[in-house]
Design a protein around this ligand. Structure first.
Ligand SMILES: *[C@@H]1O[C@H](CO)[C@@H](O)[C@H](O)[C@H]1NC(C)=O
Ligand SMILES: *[C@@H]1O[C@H](CO)[C@@H](O)[C@H](O)[C@H]1NC(C)=O
Ligand SMILES: *[C@@H]1O[C@H](CO)[C@@H](O)[C@H](O)[C@H]1NC(C)=O
Length: 376
């Protein structure tokens, strides 16, 4: 049996989302259970392992948030990598079949990113949906106001100066990242943990599991550290005698960029079997030690230049490139110095539009040529 990875699972959910769009648009109000029982619904998610099936039955009302978390992870991955040779195409757009699976089993930097963004995406969506009141299972973070100011994370202090005495501050609806992260831990990490326990899982697989779990956690850590204090004033004509404050997550785009920075600074590690339990050690000792917040990988990435269907590498032939950019989207780098071709398309456009009294708009037809470059 092929080893089940969280990625397949998330992508499977994603395919489900794509298929669900049809009946969503018909006007059904919810994208989750429908008329099915929890048992039937969860069974249909065939790639879930036993632990995840149990999770699904117990937390079936969260499954819709989890799906949409998976979907935003994939969208964000494609956005963050759209200018690079590897552009995070994990599903065939036509068949919705998973491609790139072998590659993601190889423990590369790209695999680290996908794990971190997936774990973060699920935690993010669950957290936001809870704060919006979409899930009966959860709500706002009600513990915030019980926590003495001094024990809060330091990041909160720097943003909001201590309240002056004249102000009355009430606690608003804080994003409950602890809850979202807990769900992500239970559900996303479950896919990995099951493998570690398989009797005949090879040591390479066990090592990859440790690395994947580390990266899942690093992704969730990005949510915790990006919580910001936001306040809203209520008072006579803009005064701030009274205010409501809460801790809010930034946009998921911002989370994606944070994790992309972690990708750029990822550490190459090896798994060391210590006396008590295995741990990760940097392969290049001259660099600083990685922390829980950093992404780690165990094998160097291929160059992604030439197509290799067996490994799920699409290659860059036919990709659009930028002839003037010296970045990763520049034709030299993106096309791996193979060269590129220029294609000019002529488009007809309306132009010089004028308003004629009364009452129509008259335009001229203009032609414009658009120059584009594609890798050979
Ligand atoms: C585990 O080992 C058994 C026998 O040793 C074998 O038949 C089975 O295919 C193995 N399973 C996996 C997942 O490698
Ligand atoms: C990603 O790369 C593949 C393979 O080169 C290409 O077919 C696809 O159009 C690219 N996707 C985007 C969004 O650029
Ligand atoms: C190409 O790259 C240049 C320099 O980075 C940039 O100014 C320009 O907008 C890019 N062109 C396109 C079509 O993206």
């Amino acid at each position: 049996m092929r080893r089940l990875k969280i990625l397949f699972l998330l992508l499977f959910l994603l395919v489900d989302v794509i298929e669900a769009v049809g009946w969503l648009s018909v006007g059904l109000s919810s994208a989750n259970l429908g008329k099915r029982s929890a048992g039937t619904f969860c069974k249909e998610l065939k790639t879930l392992n036993r632990r995840q099936q149990r999770f699904c039955r117990k937390n079936v009302i969260l499954m819709d948030s989890i799906r949409r978390g998976a979907q935003s992870s994939y969208t964000e991955c494609q956005y963050q990598f759209h200018k690079r040779r590897w552009n995070c195409t994990l599903l065939d757009p036509l068949t919705h079949k998973v491609i790139g699976d072998v590659l993601l089993l190889e423990g590369t930097r790209e695999s680290a990113f996908v794990h971190a963004i997936s774990a973060a995406g699920v935690a993010y969506r669950v957290t936001r949906d809870c704060a919006k009141g979409l899930n009966d299972a959860c709500g706002c973070d009600q513990t915030r106001h019980e926590i003495p100011e001094t024990t809060r994370e330091t990041s909160l202090h720097s943003i909001v100066p201590r309240e002056s005495k004249s102000e009355f501050v009430s606690e608003g609806c804080s994003d409950n990242v602890e809850y979202g992260n807990m769900i992500s831990r239970d559900f996303v990490d479950a896919a990995e943990k099951a493998h570690g326990k398989q009797k005949n899982s090879t040591s390479a697989q066990a090592e990859q599991t440790i690395i994947n779990l580390h990266n899942n956690r690093a992704g969730r850590q990005a949510l915790k550290t990006s919580l910001r204090r936001e306040c809203k004033c209520h008072g006579i004509s803009g005064s701030c005698e009274m205010k409501t404050c809460w801790d809010a997550l930034p946009s998921f785009r911002e989370i994606g960029s944070i994790i992309k920075d972690k990708f750029d600074g990822a550490t190459e590690v090896q798994v060391v079997l210590g006396e008590d339990r295995p741990h990760l050690k940097s392969k290049h000792n001259q660099f600083r030690r990685h922390t829980h917040a950093d992404l780690v990988f165990s094998s160097p990435s291929p160059d992604y230049c030439e197509a290799d269907p067996v490994r799920g590498i699409l290659g860059t032939k036919g990709r659009e490139c930028n002839a003037t950019s010296i970045g990763t989207d520049g034709c030299d780098l993106l096309c791996c110095m193979r060269g590129f071709e220029r294609r000019v398309t002529v488009v007809q456009e309306k132009c010089n539009c004028k308003f004629v009294y009364c009452c129509k708009v008259v335009c001229e037809q203009c032609t414009r040529s658009i120059e584009r470059f594609y890798c050979l």
